[in-house]
Every structure is written in structure tokens, then in C-alpha cells.
Design a protein around this ligand. Sequence first.
Ligand code: C5P
Length: 410
Amino acid sequence: MESDRNTDGAGLSPPFVVLAVGAGIAAYKAVEVCRQLVDAGVHVAPVLTERTLRFVGKTTFDALGSEPAQMSLWDEASPIPHTRLGQAADVVVVAPATADLLARYAAGMADDLVTTTLVATAAPVVVCPAMHTEMWEHPAVQANLALLRSRGVVVVDPEDGRLAGGDVGSGRLADPSVIVSTVLSVLAESTRGTPLAGRRVVVTAGGTREPIDPVRYLSNRSSGKQGHALAEAARSRGAAVTLITTVPASAPSGVEVVPVATAAEMEEAVLSAAPSADCVIMAAAVADFRPRVAADQKLHKSDGLPELVLEPTNDILAELGRRRLAEQVLVGFAAETEEMEARALAKMRAKGVQVMVANDVSAEGVGFNHDTNAVTIYGADGTVKLVKMTSKAVVSGHILDKVQELLPDR
Ligand code: C5P
């Protein structure tokens, strides 16, 4: 359909983003999201709910957006605004997404301009939840998000930090710059086409769990989020993706999921999938050592302190490096707390991989269990790319750009 976008001098329409602002305290940060998107050359159509006006004024969005903010389904100038917005949108972003808005979207309800636009659009949708920790952790909210994720909705998870009323916890809206970079990356993905069509990509994710007895294990802080974001990004670029993960419950849709728990199970799954893969990305945090024996029965404290004897696990990535097929691209991760560059480069050489993604896990907001990451991507061909703090989806895009550069032309 015809949209009323502005065109640039070359006659090209700028990307069109609907910015739906939910009724939460964090609505003031949506003003900054609006401004940064417009600065990035995006046409922003703000949409507010009646209750959003309890937190921010419409005039602010009228002034900063690319067109006046809209609130009503019953606009005489444009009798069906939700279908116009839904069809014109290249991306719809909801920031902040309240628990109520997420529930109504997940249920397919459509009783105001925000929800009707969400249901009317075929464009990618990015939701940025923000709410109090108790609400964020409620099973209903998490179930709604899982459902939305399974439908391909991109979720920019909230941060930990100070909340309204002085409480501290998770639920604070992600930083506007993280939301903006995610929207820009989703826009880029949607116009990129499918550069990995016909390619097979294997991704590992999560921390392995090494049993001590039937109820206890040794593990690490990995959440699997970076690996899952990579699997999702590779899928949206057209690859056939096998995701070998210790956290299958949060796996993205549209990929083959192989659930594993231990390093040995992961090794078996990876080595059997690798021979047909164009690219293997080892984003998992594989245990370096495990208990030599796992007790058959639960160890009881009445039996005294057990002695844990450890043994090394096999280095899966190093084994992949030894078995690497010509033209296969191997990607490793190096989580470091000091001497990041030297250690990452040494690992790249020692393990025979083509791309090493290094992150300083001691920095705030980086690595384990965060939704944001800041990495340096080293190529065995000598390239170095610094990716500043952003969402794991955006980091995934940069890693895949490097993989694509190294894959041979077909
Ligand atoms: O040597 P380090 O554990 O820091 O290397 C990290 C990289 O090696 C990650 O890509 C990780 O998935 C991989 N790795 C592995 N097998 C192990 C240990 C690490 O594949 N046993």
C-alpha cells in the first residue's frame, strides 16, 4: 500500500518504524528512543495509549517523531490508522512494554491503536519490557514472553537496576541506545535477505552440567542467551541451524534443537553435526573439568564430606580445529577477566579457529546472564572489530557478518 513516508533526495523512503509507547514510568525513556531513531534516519510514527499520557505528554512525541503521535482508532482523517501503520511498518517497537500490553498482545487482543497495529502488522516486532521485579518474574509474564518469542518477536530484556519507588532489581527498561541498536539491526536483517541460505550452521549454547550425584552438579553462570541469539540470527539469514544447548526451554523457534547436559554429551552432538556444517559456533561455556566419578545415589551429609576428584574434559573446539574441513568456519568464544586480547589471540591459534569472540566478563553488563554484551571479534586473517555494549542480537549480527566474509562464495 501507499504510505505517507517522507522520501530522501534520491527518492528512497527511509525505514518506517512504529514506536508504541506503553503506559509505564519508563515511557520517558521512549522519548530518547524516538529521538535517536530519527537521528539515525528512521521515519518514526509514535503511537501512545490513553494511559501513556499519565506518564508523558503527546506534544513531546509530536515534536520529536517524524509525524504526529497517534492514539485513536477513530481518527477522521485516517479511518483505519492501524492497518496503515501495520502495513507501512518495517519494524514495530514497543517501549516500554508493560505486563498488561504483553498479555494483550500474546492473547491477540486488539482494542486500541497499539494492540490493533501489533495484530495488523506482518513486520518484525521488538518488545522492550519494563516493570517491577515481582511483575517481571511472574510466571504469567514469562509465559507470555516465551509465547511471543516462539512467534519470532524480538525481546530486549530489561536490565537490573534502580526501579520506580526506590526498589532495586531486574525490570528496568533497557538503555535507549540498546533498544535503538536492536531496532536498527532488525531493520538491517529484514532488508538483508538470506545470505546464509543453503548453509548449515551449528551453534552451541549454555553452561554444561557435570554431575556429582543424581541431584547435584558442577556448572557455570552461562545463560545460553548469546548462543540462542546467534542461532536466531543465523536462522533469519536463511541458514539451516542446529542448536546444541543445555537450556532448550528458551531456544528460538525454527531451529533444530539438540538438548544436552554434560560436556561429553555436547561433544558427541557437536562432532556428529560438524561434518555437514559450513560453520560451527562454540558459544557454550563448556566445563573444563568434571568429577571423575558421579555417585549413583545421593551423597548424604551424614556420611561426612565427600572428596571430589576432578578430571579434565575434552576441548571440543580444539578437536573441531583438528578435524576442520577445508572452508569450514569455526568460531570460538574467549571469556576473560584480564589480558583479553593476548589470551584470545593465543586461543585462536592454539585451537585452530577462524574467528574468536572475546569478552571481558569482569565489565558491567557484559557476558554471562546479561542481555547485553560488548565484544571484540578477531579474525585469523588479522581483522579486529570492536562491538561496543549492545544487545546480544546485535552482537550476533556482527559475528555472522564476519562468518559470511570468510565463507567461500558459492
Ligand atoms: O579455553 P577456553 O575454555 O577459554 O575456550 C573457550 C572456547 O572453547 C569456547 O568457544 C568454548 O565453547 C570452547 N571450549 C570447548 N571445550 C571445552 C572448553 C572450551 O569447546 N572443554
